[in-house]
Design a protein around this ligand. Structure first.
Ligand code: PRX
Length: 654
């Protein structure tokens, strides 16, 4: 097969473009026991997607049935119109009268090795109690609550408690800085912040309460702060504003009726990076989202009551929302949560956890798999991983070599791998194999989930049957984002304006092979994927320019063995400022303070000028060539080509 050029701006993804011959068909024994055994499901769903989604929706508990499956007024979709439900009822109450009542909902292990187990009945009680706490703090339907917490059960409890009373949660990943937290609180105008005294990361403390205090200096909407005691970390409590979780929970009633929510009512906001400086508050509604995550969790992971399911994502990301909390719990599953780092106290920690709890389903990111590969097969080899029966990946394209290593070293050659493509915006997995029926090829996410219509289009919107182009989703799906919080115009412009108003543009490049399978190629815009986390180059540029020494900055991604992409920053200093190594570390520190450690640039290069077009646009494409040590692409549109030669030389010297 000839190589096809990826759309301009994508990483070439050579691995993916190489002809991949290896095919792994579902094992007969796996298929016999799988939830989905019959390939006709694809055709059935395609024939009548709304009837298909309605059949999925019947697996969710409703207080009042919907009148209409879908009202589609492009690009606005209303799913299960007229229906009423509650997400926390679906994750908790519906299991209480079943065998799941005393089953572990959460098996939790802290980084230092402490353990907690919460059955469904216990999780229900704690959720109701915290829901009552929130009510007492004046939180009601539609109010926003920001959660800035470590990966501890209280985070799931707080989310479910918000959902229970119809409040909207906005989880901010605990790795974000106080500045990033402040920005997100202010955008959502949250009235309550739930945090912890601190969290553990590689044995040291992440001072979440201290960061919260800094954020709150500039976030006047917050009236109450609830602080979970996670470690015995010292904290300053502000009288009248701050209360400890355990004090508030004392004597709280364990009964709290779930608020009947309209299907279209907001369940949560989750901020994600876009192409402009400001993060976007992605809004998810209740009904469609619950149907989407319930169904995909059951089908893609083939989740059964006896499984021990471990998705290693932090709850602060969408993967944690959909596939640690809402999807698995609404299925009555046993969810494992581990608070800390994979290499603490040593590089065998994940495998030791798999052995100890008998993990059967394991879902992680390619960046983690590449790190495991680098650490060597001896680490997993020391543990008994025979309980595993299914593996998953998400967050970025997986290179075939990593896929094969995962299959062999972790899956013992017997576990199917589901490579799942989706986004914060999509809320649910959209492209994935179904493990009992879909043949897989290393590096391909295979095909659209039943009821989802995906295609590859060219710039002008023409269908590319075989070859490269842009990924497009042609019809609405239940868990799709509703809007961008407070910015409905940007919602339309960003996602529904590349082609026609009914076609969703995710911003990813993709290739289709002759079988129609999808090979994802990475982002086509100014959004980078660093270790599976989306980072807008604009955000990092804004953080750099915010430093008093910086006049101008351009940030690009460069290929990185472990992280997929790393950040390289090209910086012009203000007149009279001396560049030195000290300033490099100062600037890196500045970005960490503004955004968080996940956005720290690997390289910072000072330059008297940035390469620009005659109209003044920074040519990031050429900077990327420099950062990746490639021959420079087309430079004919540059205002001053000499700038580039100097820069290239300088980068190589540094
Ligand atoms: O570029 C795609 C990549 O991650 C982006 C979405 O990032 P985020 O909203 O943070 O959500 C990550 C977890 C769902 C996508 O636009 N991506 C995600 N999954 C895959 C992927 N790229 C290739 N293959 C995947 N399986």
């Amino acid at each position: 097969m000839p190589r096809k050029a990826p759309p301009s701006g994508t990483r070439p993804g050579i691995d993916v473009l190489l002809h991949e011959n290896r095919v792994f068909r579902p094992d007969a024994a796996f298929r016999r026991r799988a939830h989905v055994r019959d390939v006709s499901v694809y055709a059935r769903a395609r024939g009548n997607p709304e009837a298909f989604w309605a059949s999925c929706a019947r697996e969710v508990a409703w207080f009042r049935p919907w009148k209409k499956v879908l009202a589609w007024n492009p690009p606005h979709a209303r799913w299960f119109v007229g229906g009423r439900l509650n997400a926390s009822f679906n994750c908790l109450d519906r299991h209480l009268g079943t065998a799941a009542r005393n089953r572990a909902a959460i098996l939790w292990e802290g980084e230092p090795g402490d353990e907690r187990t919460l059955t469904y009945a216990q999780l229900h009680r704690e959720t109701c109690r915290f829901a009552n706490v929130l009510k007492e703090l004046g939180v009601g339907r539609g109010d926003r609550v920001t959660l800035y917490m470590p990966l501890i059960p209280e985070l799931a409890i707080a989310m479910l408690a918000c959902a229970r009373i119809g409040a909207v949660h906005s989880v901010v990943f605990g790795g974000f800085s106080s500045e990033a937290l402040k920005e997100r609180i202010n955008d959502a105008k949250a009235t309550v912040l739930v945090t912890a005294d601190g969290g553990f990361r590689r044995g040291s403390e992440v001072p979440l309460k201290k960061f919260s205090d800094e954020a709150l200096l500039g976030a006047p909407s917050v009236r109450h702060v609830v602080v979970v005691r996670r470690g015995n970390f010292p904290v300053q409590m502000q009288e009248g504003r701050d209360r400890f979780w355990h004090d508030l929970m004392k004597d709280r009633s364990a009964e709290c009726p779930p608020e009947p929510m309209n299907s279209e009512d907001m369940l949560y906001i989750l901020y994600t990076s876009g192409t402009t400086g400001k993060p976007k508050g992605i809004v998810h509604a209740t009904g469609g989202y619950m149907v989407g995550v319930h169904t995909t969790t059951r089908w893609v992971f083939d989740l059964k009551p006896e499984d021990v399911y471990w998705c290693t994502a932090d709850i602060g990301w969408v993967t944690g929302h959909s596939y640690v909390v809402y999807g698995p719990l609404s299925n009555g599953a046993t969810v494992l949560m581990y608070e800390g780092a994979p290499d603490w106290p040593d590089r065998g920690r994940f495998w030791q956890i798999c052995e100890k709890y008998g993990v059967t389903i394991f879902y992680t990111a390619p960046t983690a798999i590449r790190a495991f590969m680098r650490w060597g097969g001896d680490w997993p080899g020391r543990y008994d991983l025979s309980s595993l029966r299914l593996l998953g990946t998400v967050g970025e394209p997986i290179n075939p070599e990593a896929w094969m290593w995962y299959r062999k070293k972790i899956g013992g050659g017997r576990c199917p791998i589901v490579d799942t493509w989706w986004q914060t915006e999509t809320g649910m997995i959209l492209i994935t194999p179904l493990p009992g029926i879909t043949p897989t090829r290393p590096g391909s996410a295979t095909r659209a989930f039943p009821g989802v219509e995906a295609e590859v289009l060219d710039e002008r919107g023409r269908v590319v049957k075989e070859g490269g182009g842009y990924l497009a989703i042609r019809r609405p799906w239940p868990a799709m984002l509703q809007t961008i919080y407070g910015d409905p115009d940007r919602y339309v412009k960003q996602y529904w304006s590349k082609w026609d108003a009914g076609t969703y543009f995710p911003g990813d490049g993709a290739r289709r092979d002759r079988r129609g399978d999808f090979w994802l190629l990475g982002r086509v815009d100014d959004v980078l994927n660093v270790a599976g986390h989306r980072i807008g180059t604009m955000e990092v540029e804004s953080a750099l320019v915010d430093h008093p020494a910086v006049a101008e900055a351009a940030v690009v991604g460069k290929a990185h063995d472990l992280k997929g992409q790393a950040l390289a920053a090209f910086v012009t200093l203000k007149e009279g400022i001396q560049s030195d190594g000290d300033l490099v570390s100062q600037l890196k520190g500045h970005v960490v303070r503004r955004i968080g450690a996940l956005a720290r640039p690997d390289d910072i290069v000072f330059t008297a000028e940035l390469p620009k077009t005659r109209s003044g646009k920074i040519m990031r494409r050429l900077l990327k060539d420099i950062a990746e040590g490639r021959a420079l692409g087309d430079t004919t549109t540059l205002a001053d080509p000499a700038v580039l030669q100097v820069l290239k030389q300088k980068y190589e010297e540094d």
